[in-house]
Design a protein around this ligand. Structure first.
Ligand SMILES: [Zn+2]
Length: 384
């Protein structure tokens, strides 16, 4: 018994020694890491799905990515940023275990999906209730514990976090470090004046985030973000919509950006929040009410500009719950009511991306590993 305890103690020490120590300090840069040129880095695409309240939506995307492979023959993997309240459903737990067996990553999306309560109409006065450090600790630590114990993972394997509603404050990042998470994927990068194809690569939050500083979120709600040494940011990279002279090439009618600007009542600068929901939802919910063809066009155009630009990773925020028929109200999918059409958006995009030889669908941890490890040692991510 004593022997077993000693072995366990040594193993724990070993795991601790391998754990992330927040010692990285990597500034935002518009050029790829390790002195590589864009042509020499893979075009990473990170599919990251939030919530996971039903097993059917998870089964669909897992079946699909299992039926394909990256152009280099490696398996397609993705991330599930999960609310742990959904672990009360055994089928949901089963799909998570299947995802892990396929090399996918499980991330933290809080336990109860509460967040800052924002008043979007307050004109700048807009926070009804600030989440305190303790609020975040309760939400993030409990989810971390549940993922580790329910799915049998080590703390190091649960490394990423996305906040519900992309709503965060400085306390969020303080608690991510406390809990020992390696990276966040909640802050949007690529605002109005940023050209698609020259966005910032992932970086640590030692000196804040240019994406946050340039965001309407920062200005509207007056939320500053301080220094969080060593904590990595995999930005949520804004999508770009095809301009008029590109619409035909991408199979849609000219005038997309103008019509969206008119509908939402503000200048989008041709950018779209990089979550599936924001492409489809009604204008009052912050969506662009795109149909199937328009959604595919936006994803393809975004990828092409990145691929021929500086090759910052593409992040596609999904919700597996949205790919089943009986979830949510029709208002959430104004011009794309059929779940089969919503699935087709993702499937057709993935198949298009796989025709580009340098594309790699990977996890968020793979991208951070690539940022951390010089290519002499590792040119492409190795699956954990
Ligand atoms: Zn969510």
């Amino acid at each position: 018994m004593l022997y077993r305890r000693i072995v366990l103690f040594v193993c724990l020490l070993f795991v601790f020694a391998l754990g992330y120590d927040f010692s990285d300090n990597v500034a935002p840069s518009r050029t790829p890491p390790h002195g590589l040129s864009p042509a020499d880095v893979p075009q990473f695409i990170v599919l990251g799905s939030d919530d996971q309240s039903n097993a059917e939506g998870m089964k669909w995307i897992l079946d699909f990515i299992e039926s394909r492979q990256n152009p280099d023959g490696s398996p397609i993997t993705m991330v599930f940023y999960t609310n742990c309240r959904n672990f009360s459903n055994p089928s949901v737990v089963g799909q998570h275990k299947r995802a892990i067996s396929m090399g996918c990553e499980i991330g933290n999306h809080t336990t109860d999906h509460i967040a800052l309560e924002l008043d979007w109409n307050a004109g700048g006065a807009g926070i009804k209730r600030q989440m305190t450090l303790q609020d975040w600790r309760d939400e993030i630590q409990s989810c971390q514990d549940a993922i580790i114990s329910t799915l049998g993972l080590t703390p190091e394997q649960v490394a990423g976090f996305r906040t519900p509603y992309l709503a965060y404050n400085d306390n969020t990042f303080t608690v991510l470090r406390e809990v020992g998470l390696m990276y966040d994927v909640s802050i949007i990068e690529g605002h109005s004046t940023e050209r698609i194809g020259s966005y910032y690569w992932p970086h640590t939050l030692d000196n804040g985030s240019p994406g946050h500083n340039a965001s309407w979120y920062r200005k509207f709600f007056d939320i500053p973000i301080g220094s969080h040494p060593g904590l990595w940011l995999l930005p949520c990279y804004n999508f770009a919509m095809p301009p008029d002279n590109k619409c035909e090439e991408y199979g849609i009618e000219s005038g997309l950006i103008n019509s969206i600007d008119k509908m939402v009542g503000w200048a989008t600068s041709g950018k779209a929040t990089p979550l599936d929901y924001n492409l489809w939802a009604g204008r009052n919910a912050g969506g662009y009410e795109l149909n199937k063809d328009q959604s595919i066009a936006v994803l393809k155009y975004t990828l092409d500009r990145k691929y021929e630009g500086n090759r910052t990773p593409m992040t596609l925020g999904m919700h597996t719950d949205f790919y089943v028929d009986d979830y949510h109200s029709p208002a959430d999918y104004v011009n794309i009511q059929d779940a089969a059409e919503r699935r087709a958006v993702i499937e057709e995009f993935i198949d298009y991306a796989l025709t580009l030889e340098d594309v790699r669908f990977v996890t968020g941890m793979d991208v951070i590993d690539f940022m951390r490890t010089p290519p002499e040692v590792k040119a492409v991510p190795v699956k954990r």
